[in-house]
Design a protein around this ligand. Sequence first.
Ligand SMILES: [Fe+2]
Ligand SMILES: [Fe+2]
Length: 408
Amino acid sequence: MQEIYKNSKYTIWLYNISAREYMIINKYLPTEHFDVVDIGNDSSRFNELKDFHILQKPDIVICDIDSLIDNKIINILYESHCSLAKVSTKKQQVNLDNTFELTNEKVEEVKKGKQITTTKTEKSMKQIIDMCQLSNIMKLQILTNLGAKNIYKSMDIEADLNSGKSVNYISKKYLFKLAQTLNDFISLKDNYTRGHCERVANYAEALGHALGMNEEELENLILAANLHDIGKIALPDAVITKTDKLNDLEFNLMKKHVELGATLLPANQLGYLKDAVRAHHEKYDGSGYPDGLKGEQIPLLAQILAIADSFDAMTSQRSYNRVKSAEEAFEDLKRHTKPYGDGDGLGVFYNPKLVDKFIDVISNSKTTMDNLREAKRQADLNINYKKEQDGQKQKRDKQLVKGDANNG
Ligand SMILES: [Fe+2]
Ligand SMILES: [Fe+2]
């Protein structure tokens, strides 16, 4: 498996942090993945920095309790949707002084809104960073405002923490629930998306399995598949519900869903999900978007999603387009593993080795092939029915015009 953080770079602001704490934080947050900005203890710099573009705003801010008591700073942090701001606005404050070890009980107290104090040991600093990462996911609450808060409540995160579950485990559980909620919401507007994400997850899982991924890698892949189109939630309804071909402006907006989706995802050790969502429309020859990544620059999860995504788009019904059979879709994928002009090549969109594996695994799954045949049969019936209806309507319209002419 390739390096998971590959294309992520997250921003962490340190406010009023000592040199020793700075060293510890840097140890846990490797600089190739995180921009650690030490802003000293000058609160006016927050104002200066907060006007930056949203992507440059901090994903996490680490500061001491005295800084959090300053309301001005709390508001600025809150506006930036960053981690500690969420914690502080709920009066859940972590004080980095030399009094206590940060235990699970203490974490529980923080979650309940109590102020606590903790030591500056490496372990407690690590736990604070974990907590920041966990609450960072909650920025989705502010950005989407879709009942994510209730999901958070219903998950009983405190119970999970107390029973020793890792932040990684809790974050994934939360994201799964969130993906379901967001996909439900998008599918209220666009019926295709919900079923689409489930099918993409199934295809991706089958390919991941064939590639020998372990259980955790498969879990990540399925989660990424469920999240891959969540950025659509931020697009105008007119664009996501349009069944005709999108014009240039609409298409450019639609393309934004990858960046928007990535922006919604947390910048923590699950950063590979952010990368996969951002890169799922990259193409193997570098002609994709948003970053024009090429070949193995594209995270493996995104390479897999791209194949599963296109295969589903070709074989399932969206509006009244003609649905391709599995065999026709395999053929199309194959043609997109060869450069344009090379025989029947249409440009190298996908990793050729992955396409071969994908075709092999899907064509050998009787259940999947049966489902695909049935979906195509249904889609063809729908198209014929629609044609028939359109024909009858045209006939009626003609008769009406004729009647009007005779009456006139
Ligand atoms: Fe997409
Ligand atoms: Fe998609």
